[in-house]
Design a protein around this ligand. Structure first.
Ligand code: HEM
Length: 327
């Protein structure tokens, strides 16, 4: 019998745990005895992580381009982890996605906590975008980008997931009419689908066709599932007094600006820096009319339109775009 009481108790707890699933604790103890210690490199898969950059050319700055896209995708994943928790909160959802009705009231504290985290992540992205705008040799960029065609950051599925999980479909397109349309019809009119038409023919660009081939089914399913669970619906489902919570409103508005104006603008700056030329602009990777498409003042995507005044909506993204173009 072990003298150490705490140890005895732990072993009894472990034994209970394994017995409950009909398994034998002795085999697991043997496993512990023979297994190696966990290393940092194993835990975060460092060696694998560092092999995930496979440039298509020998230009060293292509690595910066790849790494920063990967870093951004990881931050998008961090945002999605938080958004998903708000989407799920308050509703019982079965494994198969079936809606089992209300579980408990969405807690405004949780909403606030998660919105703070999301804004923190987005601010990191906004503040670090100069790694792209300032941090690459333009000559190298203009050469290595030719070997990446027709791929484009436009094909970031996580970015579209953030949108679909944040607001209702009607806020992601501008063809708003009274008639009821199927989700697929609305989906086909989303602002980014309109932005990915070929400059000459007006047809869908190959970049968009390829993206749809890979992700359309998944995104449509998500759009369907998020109809009543997106952040906007979640906000609308709060009790009247919670809806007036000043801290929450301010965080949600900050989010709207961060994602739909500030990030888009930091990104747009890099397109201006690398693709804008006095005489004629260099064609975008996706073949889009990026000057008309990318500026937030033209896109006018607002996730929470009711939280803004008409004047603020009219001037959406204007001040910042103008300040960049004047430089
Ligand atoms: C030098 C750096 C960059 C340049 C010149 C650039 C250029 C462009 C252009 C021209 C477009 C329009 C679509 C097209 O024709 O391809 C676009 C879209 C997009 N890019 Fe980038 N990009 C850069 C970096 C990034 C990074 C680091 C990300 C991070 C994932 C990113 C994500 C996106 C997204 C999500 C869109 C769609 C935006 C929207 O629909 O409003 N880009 N980019």
């Amino acid at each position: 019998m072990l003298k150490d009481k705490k140890l005895t108790q732990k072993i009894q707890e472990l034994s209970k745990k394994y017995l409950a699933t009909g398994q034998d604790i002795y085999s697991f103890l043997d496993g512990l005895l023979y297994s190696d210690y966990m290393g940092y490199w194993d835990y975060i898969h460092l060696d694998t992580l560092l092999t995930l950059q496979t440039p298509k050319t020998d230009f060293p700055d292509e690595n910066i381009f790849i790494l920063y896209h990967q870093i951004t995708e990881l931050y998008f994943k961090l945002c999605l982890l938080e958004i998903e928790q708000i989407n799920k909160n308050g509703k019982k959802i079965a494994e198969n996605g079936q809606d089992l009705g209300w579980n408990h009231k969405l807690k405004v504290d949780l909403f606030i906590k998660k919105m703070k985290r999301i804004n923190r992540y987005l601010k990191q992205l906004i503040n670090s975008f100069n790694i792209m705008t300032e941090g690459m040799d333009k000559d190298q960029f203009l050469k290595f980008r030719m070997s990446l065609l027709p791929s484009s950051g436009f094909q970031s599925v996580q970015y579209r997931m953030i949108e679909l999980r944040s607001t209702s479909l009607e806020n992601l397109h501008h063809n708003q009419t009274e008639e009821t349309k199927s989700i697929e019809t609305v989906f086909n009119q989303l602002y980014w689908q309109m932005g990915a038409n070929d400059l000459d023919s007006g047809e869908k660009t190959y970049t968009l066709k390829q993206f749809e081939k890979k992700y359309k089914k998944r995104l449509l399913k998500l759009a369907n599932r998020m109809q009543n669970l997106n952040l906007l619906s979640k906000y609308n489902s709060l009790a009247e007094e919670d809806k007036k919570n000043k801290e929450l409103i301010s965080l949600i508005k900050e989010y709207d600006l961060n994602i739909n104006v500030n990030w888009k603008l930091a990104h747009y700056k890099s397109a201006v820096k690398y693709l804008h030329m006095k005489k004629n602009d260099i064609a975008a990777t996706g073949g889009t009319n990026w000057q008309q498409y990318l500026p937030p003042k033209f896109q006018k995507i607002i996730f929470f339109p009711k939280l803004w005044t008409n004047k603020e909506k009219e001037n959406w993204g204007k001040k910042w775009v103008e300040s960049i173009l004047e430089k």
